[in-house]
Design a protein around this ligand. Structure first.
Ligand SMILES: Nc1ncnc2c1ncn2[C@@H]1O[C@H](COP(=O)(O)OP(=O)(O)OP(=O)(O)O)[C@@H](O)[C@H]1O
Ligand SMILES: [Mg+2]
Length: 248
């Protein structure tokens, strides 16, 4: 198992406590979408990529989004991750009305609660592996010494200590994917959104990541993953099928 029990890491405990405080007051679906639509302008014509998405995700759920290529899975995950603001409809995250917030406040809300694993990794090219892992901690009030120990623990847990001073372009695709997963998890977010998180991993490594997700979910983390794999989807509690931007 890549991710041992947390008891040793004081930093992780501090981050987890801060998270619990932020969400303790809230009861109801952690994520609630009403009639969310996303479209792009294609030469004067509206091209709809998401349509009428209405969805509640409770705390502790583990949801798999499936559907053919181009169905809108990454688009939906980007909306959930507050990485996109060009959509219409309503989105409540832990009771906050995302659709009414200015973009800066939306971004801050997402950073506080969400860890995101990108389909294309999106590591920061100018930062080393260790510096990439530190980014989510820098968004939270984690003291510097705890940040350093959390980064060291995480490098160790993901078996990438030897890569810590390398830049993303010096890593294989699978290694970049692992760093992307480590970065999403390092600050113990309440919600993990993962877009094909094991797509570039060796099958045994992919299973370890899914074991890790199952463990985090059992401990209360809410997870939404996009996957083409029936085996990975079976790790979750339910499946949402997307077809041409509609929920089937
Ligand atoms: N910036 C954009 N401008 C115009 N169209 C876009 C843009 N981003 C995505 N799309 C379109 O939205 C549709 C859905 O794309 P999306 O990336 O969400 O698909 P997906 O289900 O994640 O597919 P895959 O399984 O291949 O990753 C596609 O038809 C795509 O061309
Ligand atoms: Mg995609």
């Amino acid at each position: 198992m890549i991710w041992p029990r947390r008891s040793a890491a004081a930093g992780a405990a501090a981050v987890a406590d801060a998270k619990a405080d932020a969400l303790a007051e809230f009861h109801g679906p952690l994520i609630s979408l009403r009639n969310v639509e996303r479209s792009y302008d294609a030469g004067g014509q509206r091209n709809y990529v998401l349509r009428g998405i209405t969805l509640d995700i409770e705390r502790g759920d583990f949801v798999s989004i499936m559907g053919p290529s181009g169905a809108g899975k990454s688009t939906l995950l980007n909306v959930l991750g507050i990485l996109d603001s060009g959509w219409a409809g309503e989105y409540h995250l832990a009771g906050s009305a995302v659709h009414t917030l200015p973009v800066k406040a939306r971004t801050a809300l997402g950073r506080r609660h969400i860890g995101f694993v990108f389909q294309q990794y999106h590591l920061l090219d100018e930062l080393t592996v260790a510096e990439n892992l530190d980014v989510p901690l820098s968004y939270r009030d984690v003291p510097k010494a705890q940040r350093q120990s959390l980064v060291a623990d995480t490098l160790d847990r993901f078996g990438i200590v030897g890569k810590k001073d390398l830049y993303p372009r010096q890593l294989s695709g699978g290694q970049q994917q692992l760093v992307g997963i480590a970065r999403a998890l390092i600050a113990s977010p309440a919600v993990i959104l993962a877009d094909e998180p094991t797509g570039n991993l060796h099958s045994s490594q992919g299973r370890e990541i899914m074991d890790l997700f199952s463990e985090l979910n059992a401990a209360g983390t809410t997870i939404v993953q996009v996957t083409h794999s029936e085996e990975n989807a079976a790790r979750g509690k339910r499946v949402i099928q997307l077809r041409d931007g509609w929920m089937a």
